[in-house]
Write a protein that binds this ligand. Structure first.
Ligand code: URA
Length: 198
């Protein structure tokens, strides 16, 4: 069993916050275990709670479309959420719920070791950059502790506010150059050290 599959078993048993009481299925996340890029949304919705899989409802269909626009499939990337259980009536997750769930996200990041983390929406962004504004951060990339963080609006935002669709589509197109850049940085870091012998 892979380390990530073992982690899913642990997550499935989690009862560290109130959300555990309401869930149909836990939604740990899915995708390539060695993905170069990790997309992090907010919390499972109704469809995700039913299936135990992230981004399988309308926002997920848009995310699939966005991935296709840069030649990627779900299997090529990793998709997860800040919290792993659906908040009742799709309300926003509470600070205590986010805090209780944070350990799982941290362990996923440790195991997957992505080069790029694309945060989808404000809740995901502030996990890594507390106090940041999504309106200002979206479409920008920053490097922190060896990972490039790229902020995007949440795909669901385009479903509520059509004018954001184009912005999200354009932001997605910035990801392939970021991945290429991240690749160069890692190669540079892993180059054998030149020993000066003379
Ligand atoms: N919205 C999210 O943030 N995550 C999902 O998995 C689905 C919708």
């Amino acid at each position: 069993m892979s380390a990530l599959s073992a982690l899913y078993k642990e997550i499935a048993l989690c009862e560290d916050c109130e959300l555990a009481k309401h869930r149909t299925k836990v939604v740990p996340g899915e995708g390539a275990e060695d993905a170069d890029i990790l997309f992090i949304g907010e919390a499972p919705g109704w469809y995700e709670d039913q299936q135990g899989r992230p981004f399988v409802g309308p926002a997920g269909h848009f995310l699939d479309e966005l991935l296709r626009s840069i030649g990627l499939r779900r299997e090529d990337v990793y998709i997860g959420n800040v919290v792993k259980c659906r908040p009742p009536a799709n309300r926003d997750p509470l600070p205590a719920e986010i805090m209780a769930c944070r350990k799982w996200l941290d362990r996923q990041i440790e195991l997957i070791r992505p080069k790029v983390i694309a945060t989808l929406g404000r809740y995901s962004l502030v996990q890594f950059f507390p106090g940041d504004s999504i309106g200002k951060a979206r479409g920008t990339a920053r490097k922190k502790e060896g990972i490039i963080y790229f902020a995007m609006y949440h795909p669901a935002a385009a479903l509520h506010q059509g004018s954001l669709r184009k912005i999200i589509e354009e932001d997605m197109l910035k990801i392939p150059p970021l991945l290429a850049q991240a690749e160069e940085v890692r190669e540079e870091e892993h180059k054998p050290q030149q020993l000066s012998m003379f």
